[in-house]
Design a binder for this molecule. Structure first.
Ligand code: DSN
Length: 421
């Protein structure tokens, strides 16, 4: 059917590409059609500067009700302690972290976070971060706990807490396949006088499902702040939330508005609420599976995919305990070229540094694979293992590209697809 203009034409192409390929990007997902509907709804038209009940423009009677409803549902998903409040206006994950820096720190304070090169995130500061104009950075790191397995080095973490006395410790990652020990790391940081920000953007769905340790704890073991995006394992819109212990919520709210930001994105807030309802079982994703069942499928397919890669002879780095795996390519492989080759056969993913990678971030030694998106399309563990084998055989030159492409196409067409054009 002819499209009305170039933008709709490109959207139709993107739609078909997403449907016909296999998405292994660990930070992406396919939210329900209701999430997409709310994102494109009339909420998008409205300004609502301020907080529920205290807005600067008229016409926010339903916005007040909606934002309050979403706050309640977000707290119902995560907080069993009653000690947290939430701001749902923060626009995205990196700004959410920035809000904590601006709310709580003074220039010259020290932030301690996981080394970006070994699994951390850009917004947790790094050698070329703009935030180094204002803050000092100390990294904690991973260590090889078993051959080929890199876990956070708890001794290094405690030593650095004692030595550098950071004002803020960030717990969280972008490419760490292992489970995080929130309670003890938070307690140690508190004992050293630091505030704790847990950034659970990658694993918030697993936390919500009760399949990963939670940073939402009472007392000293609970993070002071918990930031998250809502479009990864949480399976909501591209948006974010910032939780804080209740004593910090007024400061957080003031830092977001009027401190740094104008009107909240009500359409995104409504869509976050829809994801919360699906997690709480008050509404359903089209597959009608319970969210915990879906999240277990994320974990199981993540492991199965990794096993499939391993069977072909590819090297796994740090066996996965979550939704993502890291695979080391053979020494003479070019990960950028392999990423392109995977795209040619219909597998969309990203190359990634592995711990203590001697290669560059542009052409690192590894690949990162995650299964949240394909688990939403109903990928089974046996299909995940097959996909791991296809990838491994291609990486090791054991299968021709056209054979791999045919298998990927067949698999993509066998999976569920819940959107209509
Ligand atoms: N870029 C995201 C990721 O892929 O991990 C996090 O911001």
């Amino acid at each position: 059917m002819p499209q009305p203009n170039r933008l709709f034409d490109l959207t139709a192409k993107e739609f078909a590409k997403q449907r016909d390929t296999l998405n292994l990007i660990a930070s992406e997902n396919y939210p329900s059609p209701k999430v997409l509907e709310l994102l494109g709804s009339v909420w998008m038209n409205k300004y609502a500067e301020g907080t529920p009940g205290k807005r600067y423009y008229a016409g926010n009677i339903y916005a007040d009700e909606m934002e309050t409803f979403v706050q309640e549902k977000a707290l119902a998903v995560f907080d069993q302690t009653g000690e947290y409040g939430v701001n749902v206006q923060v626009l995205s994950g990196s700004p959410a972290n920035t809000m904590v820096f601006l709310a709580m720190l003074e220039p010259g304070d020290t932030i301690m976070s996981l080394n970006l090169a070994n699994g951390g995130h850009l917004s947790h500061l790094h050698a070329t971060s703009n935030f180094l104009k204002f803050f000092k950075l100390v990294n904690y790191d991973v260590t090889e706990t078993e051959p080929g397995t890199y876990d956070i080095d708890q001794n290094d973490y405690r030593d650095k807490l004692r030595e550098h006395k950071p004002k803020l410790v960030i717990l969280g990652f972008s490419a760490y396949p292992r489970a995080y020990k929130f309670a003890e790391m938070t307690k140690w940081a508190h004992d050293a006088g630091a505030l704790v920000l847990a950034d659970i953007a990658h694993i918030n769905g697993l936390v919500a499902a009760g399949l990963h340790d939670t940073p939402f704890k009472a007392g000293d073991e609970g993070a002071d702040f918990v930031s998250m995006t809502t479009h990864k394992t949480f399976r909501g819109p591209r948006a974010a939330m910032l939780f804080a212990k209740k004593e910090h919520i007024p400061t957080v709210n003031k830092t977001i508005f009027p401190g740094t930001s104008g009107g909240p994105h009500l359409h995104a807030i409504a869509a976050v609420g829809q994801a919360c309802l699906e997690i709480l079982g008050e509404d359903q994703y089209p597959d009608k599976r319970d969210f915990k069942e879906y999240s277990q499928a994320v974990l199981d397919t993540s492991k199965a995919l990794e096993d499939g890669c391993k069977e072909t002879g590819l090297e796994v780095v740090s066996p996965t305990q979550n939704h993502l795996s890291l695979i080391k390519l053979p020494q003479d492989s070019d990960s950028l070229e392999f990423q392109k080759q995977l795209e040619r056969i219909g597998v969309i993913t990203n190359r990634n540094m592995i711990p203590f990678d001697p290669k560059s971030a542009w052409r690192p030694s590894g690949m990162r694979f995650g299964t949240p998106a394909l688990a939403s399309r109903g990928l089974t563990t046996s299909q995940a293992k097959d996909l791991g084998r296809i990838i491994g055989e291609l990486a090791l030159g054991k299968t021709p590209e056209d054979v791999a492409a045919k298998k990927v196409k067949d698999l993509a067409h066998s999976l569920a697809w819940y959107y209509t054009a």
